[in-house]
Design a protein around this ligand. Structure first.
Ligand SMILES: *[C@@H]1O[C@H](CO)[C@@H](O)[C@H](O)[C@H]1NC(C)=O
Length: 425
């Protein structure tokens, strides 16, 4: 009986390993140029604190980034943190460099395995064709490393192309849907793409990886200037993940892509952000978005609504209304999509009134226990700062002002990246 029981346990835990729901964050290795092992350790510790299992290492170049990977694995191994490569195929990779990188770290205890094989992902790479990917896999196999390939072939977004993906790419085992923002539309995104590709790839052995992102705004000459409707994305996209899609893996896009404004890490002052991103990143902290992630990561992994033990209201807002004329930078594509408002996500232990105010505008929302999304429109008055207060039974529990003003004049650079703060208790 005991032997039978142990065998049964071993088998069932093997099945769970193959299908365990994990959460990774997309990490831009480009930003590790000045990293010491301690910078990796700090990032990984902050990620682990909210339940993130590991980083998908977006590696773009076979130079300094490759040497930084040794540090990343050193830090990860000490923390029991997981890593897998997400080759950024918008850069020209020699296949042999990719192979050696995977081989170098394949036996690390921090290499993330799917079905006992090393998971490898990408950003793009479909233009290389299946022959490239099949030879990548067979070369690795000939060196004793079996992989599960789950790429983000970004031109596959239309749900009707999902079956074509499989017939065009016999070599892929899983799929990473990069798209986690509305596609240049002023409407909320749906799960149509997720469900179509999740269903298609279920005939293969690899994971369906769903991206979940808080924001999208970029304003860099020659590299893009756009904003996507992201006002409430960080709440409803997670709900899609936990309620509707339930993917094998959630990949948060991103941990540290400052230039596209979807970072949830602290802003590391050692990272060189180039000449323009600092105009819209410096001072625009996002750290409290991790508090939202912590809730939903627990929800995703356990499959049950988490118990909130401490009241919190996370809020975010842009520093300028969308119609303001700025002296430099470019008015981004889709600039009319975002609402001129302060957005707040109340995470409450029990019902309360949440006051959202800015200038002459106030919204009092009557919020139940759990999560409630609200907003208050920017006021007419110039140079106003948001105020958030929590009342219960008529008594003030806690309040806070934002620490960045919303200005109607004096804009020096087009900036649609929000400032994130939180009322905590
Ligand atoms: C909002 O609630 C606060 C606290 O109860 C109250 O002082 C304020 O008058 C209310 N404002 C509006 C516009 O309802």
């Amino acid at each position: 009986m005991i032997i039978f029981g142990a065998l049964f346990l071993a088998c069932s835990s093997f099945v769970r390993v193959a299908s365990a729901q994990s959460v990774f964050a997309h990490f831009m290795a480009q930003n590790s140029y000045s990293y010491a092992v301690s910078d990796w350790t700090n990032d990984m510790t902050a990620a682990q604190a909210i339940g993130i299992d590991g980083f998908a290492l977006n590696i773009a170049l076979a130079d300094y980034e490759v040497s930084k990977m040794a540090d990343a694995f050193t830090a990860a191994e000490a923390l029991g943190f997981k890593l897998f490569y997400s080759f950024d195929m918008s850069y020209s990779w020699a296949q042999s460099d990719m192979v050696s990188l995977v081989v170098n770290h394949a036996t690390s205890p921090s290499a993330f395995l799917w079905d006992g094989k090393v998971l490898v992902s990408t950003y793009s790479g479909e233009s290389l064709g299946d022959s490239f990917w099949s030879s990548f896999k067979s070369t690795l196999a000939s060196q004793g490393v079996n992989i599960i390939l789950a790429p983000a072939f970004t031109s596959y977004r239309d749900p009707s192309d999902a079956n074509g993906l499989l017939s065009t790419f016999p070599s892929i085992d899983g799929f990473f849907n990069w798209w986690s923002w509305p596609a240049d539309t002023n409407t909320l995104m749906t799960t149509d793409t997720d469900l179509a590709y999740q269903s298609a790839i279920s005939s293969r052995t690899g994971p369906y990886i769903m991206s979940v992102s808080p924001w999208q705004f970029k304003n860099i000459d020659g590299s893009g200037d756009w904003v996507e409707l992201s006002d409430t994305l960080w709440n409803y996209r997670w709900q899609q993940a936990v309620n509707d899609v339930k993917p094998d893996i959630v990949e948060i896009v991103t941990w540290n892509d400052y230039g596209e404004s979807h970072y949830i890490s602290d802003i590391n002052p050692n990272v060189n952000l180039g000449s323009q991103a600092p105009f819209y990143v410096d001072g625009f902290v996002h750290s409290n978005w991790r508090d939202v992630a912590r809730y939903y990561i627990s929800y995703f992994k356990k499959g049950t609504v988490p118990t909130i033990t401490k009241d919190e209201v996370v809020f975010w807002y842009r520093a300028y209304p969308k119609n303001i004329v700025c002296s430099t930078g470019t008015l981004p594509r889709n600039s009319n999509f975002p609402a001129d408002a302060v957005f707040a996500l109340a995470m409450l232990t029990s019902p309360a009134t949440v006051q959202l105010s800015i200038g002459s505008n106030t919204v009092n929302m009557s919020a139940p226990a759990g999560l409630t999304m609200g907003s208050v429109d920017f006021p007419k008055e110039d140079h106003q700062i948001p105020y958030v207060a929590l009342y219960r039974n008529g008594a003030l529990v806690a309040d806070i002002h934002g620490s960045k003003y919303v200005d109607q004049t004096g804009c020096t650079y087009y900036n649609f990246n929000p400032f994130v703060a939180a009322l905590t208790t």
